[in-house]
Design a protein around this ligand. Structure first.
Ligand SMILES: [Ca+2]
Ligand SMILES: [Ca+2]
Ligand SMILES: [Ca+2]
Length: 249
């Protein structure tokens, strides 16, 4: 439990020290002001730390329950609670707080998004005297981790990460002339894919082979006809010679 002045100083310190993209939101729920401070950007794989400041502006001690849903991220399971439903298990961070009059409470927690891109920090559920109010959801941009490894399962691709080369099955058609057929491209977009299909379009070469094969067949026919003609001439000559020989006997 911290006093109000210390809590505000801590929020301002976090705002200026996290990085230039730090974001702070504040919402009023009954007599409470709820501050949320977090980085607007983070690198994939690193823990994102959130800071909450719950400020009781009334002159009486008040209680409030807070629930932060944990979706599509890794988190500290020792600090989280789970609820089993028919469709699966839901995890969240839960706090049941009692805040003295004109004082504040600060909380910190972390999570790690499972992919790069825009990560939505879900609406935080607040509960005061059985009255439920949801705070606004927040966006954090998760950027590629430049570790010289293209992590496709984390959503890194040719466009968003220098680790990723062209021609990968990364959901992006880069159609670069790199000798690799990008399977993300539609037919005819990546020239490398067209070249790979060339063996199907070389019919003219086959026709030439067929033409070359047909030449010996024609020659054999001509030779056969020639031999037949020579044989016929010999038969006629023999027959004529016999006739002449009988005539001069
Ligand atoms: Ca990487
Ligand atoms: Ca690709
Ligand atoms: Ca290519």
């Amino acid at each position: 439990m911290k006093n109000k002045f210390f809590g505000l100083i801590l929020v301002l310190f976090l705002f200026f020290s996290l990085n230039v993209f730090a974001v702070t939101s504040v919402e009023q729920v009954n007599d409470f002001n709820i501050y949320r401070a977090f980085p607007g950007k983070a690198v994939f794989g690193e823990e994102i730390w959130m800071l909450l400041l719950i400020e009781n502006n009334s002159s009486a001690t008040q209680s409030i329950k807070l629930t932060e849903l944990l979706i599509d991220c890794d988190f500290n399971k020792d600090s989280a609670v789970s609820i089993d439903f028919n469709h699966g298990t839901e995890w969240n961070y839960f706090w049941d707080l009692t805040v003295p009059a004109n004082e504040s409470v600060t909380l910190t927690y972390w999570f790690k998004p499972k992919s790069i891109g825009s990560f939505i920090v879900p609406s935080m559920k607040t509960e005061i005297d059985s009255k439920i109010i949801y705070l606004e959801s927040q966006l954090i941009e998760i950027e590629c981790n430049n570790d010289l490894k293209c992590d496709l399962s984390a959503g890194e691709n040719y466009l968003n990460c220098l680790d990723c080369s062209t021609g990968l099955n990364d959901g992006i058609c880069d159609f670069e002339s790199d000798g690799k057929c990008d399977s993300d491209c539609e037919t005819g977009i990546d020239a490398d894919c067209i070249e790979l299909n060339e063996p199907e379009t070389i019919a003219p070469q086959n026709e030439e082979i067929i033409a070359v094969d047909s030449v010996p067949q024609n020659n054999e026919l001509i030779i056969a006809i020639g031999l037949f003609a020579v044989l016929l001439i010999l038969i006629i000559a023999v027959f004529a010679f016999k006739k002449l020989k009988e005539k001069f006997k």
